[in-house]
Design a protein around this ligand. Structure first.
Ligand code: HEM
Ligand code: HEM
Length: 200
């Protein structure tokens, strides 16, 4: 078996990964900066928090679409150059990222519906479907907040691992998640062929 089996993620996987991934990074940063951009009690707060909620709801829908797509289109098999323990670690890491991707928008959305403020979706006031229960609101928002920290840590490890594959291992793991044209441009990353790494 060659080190690179040539298998790669499909066009839609690649698009959804990068589009949602970059939007998520922006939404996480936006969430952490909410209090700096518009401190609580200031007039700007309502507009800013509702922009965060609106973007979050759109992301939630895209994430659901991505997960459904993924359930119907399994990930490509790993290049043989990736040790079994790393395959297991990546498998569980991807599951944990997937769980965080679901919990984040869901926690925010559920919490907001147990508050009298509800969600103003890009200016359209959606009446909350739940009663105004501050305890329930706080619970879901605490889940939202704690998951945000766990998610950030997992993403840091994930990006670190991806960069290591690209720059140190120089195997196919990074390039198989790039658009096809780019993967070709970074050809030496396409394969675990030792000759290309200068080891031969
Ligand atoms: C994937 C989507 C989302 C991400 C990545 C995200 C991320 C974050 C982050 C990082 C924070 C700051 C947490 C902290 O300061 O500890 C935050 C706060 C908040 N988010 Fe989200 N969020 C998302 C979706 C939503 C949605 C859909 C809603 C509601 C509909 C929402 C409502 C809130 C609220 C109300 C806060 C402020 C909580 C507070 O007062 O401390 N978020 N979000
Ligand atoms: C911006 C920096 C990022 C880089 C460089 C990056 C890189 C990669 C690469 C190379 C893969 C393919 C691994 C493989 O061969 O299986 C991958 C997969 C994945 N990435 Fe990222 N990623 C980034 C951001 C994110 C973010 C923010 C998320 C959010 C959760 C994320 C979630 C995932 C998931 C869930 C998979 C597994 C794909 C699947 O099985 O459908 N990535 N990433």
């Amino acid at each position: 078996m060659t080190a690179d089996n040539g298998a790669r993620y499909g066009r839609m996987d690649v698009f959804l990964h990068w589009f949602i991934g970059i939007a998520l990074l922006a939404e996480i940063a936006f969430g952490f900066l909410l209090d700096d951009i518009a401190p609580r009690g200031t007039p700007a707060r309502t507009g800013v928090i509702n922009l965060h909620k609106s973007v979050g709801v759109v992301l939630g829908v895209l994430i659901a679409a991505r997960l459904l797509w993924r359930m119907r289109h399994p990930a490509p098999p790993w290049p043989a150059s990736v040790p079994a323990w790393q395959q297991r670690a990546a498998h569980w890491m991807h599951r944990a990222l997937g769980a965080c991707m679901v919990i984040m928008p869901l926690g925010g959305y559920l919490g907001s519906n147990f508050s009298k403020y509800g969600v103003r979706f890009f200016g359209l006031a959606l009446a909350p479907w739940g009663p105004d229960l501050p305890g329930v609101y706080s619970f879901f928002i605490a889940v939202h907040d704690i998951t945000a920290y766990v998610f950030t840590a997992l993403i840091a490890v994930h990006v670190g691992a991806a960069v290591k594959h690209a720059l140190v291992d120089r195997d196919a793991v990074f390039s198989r998640m790039l658009p096809r044209g780019w993967a070709g441009r970074y050809g030496r990353w396409r394969t675990g062929d030792p000759a290309r790494k200068g080891h031969a």
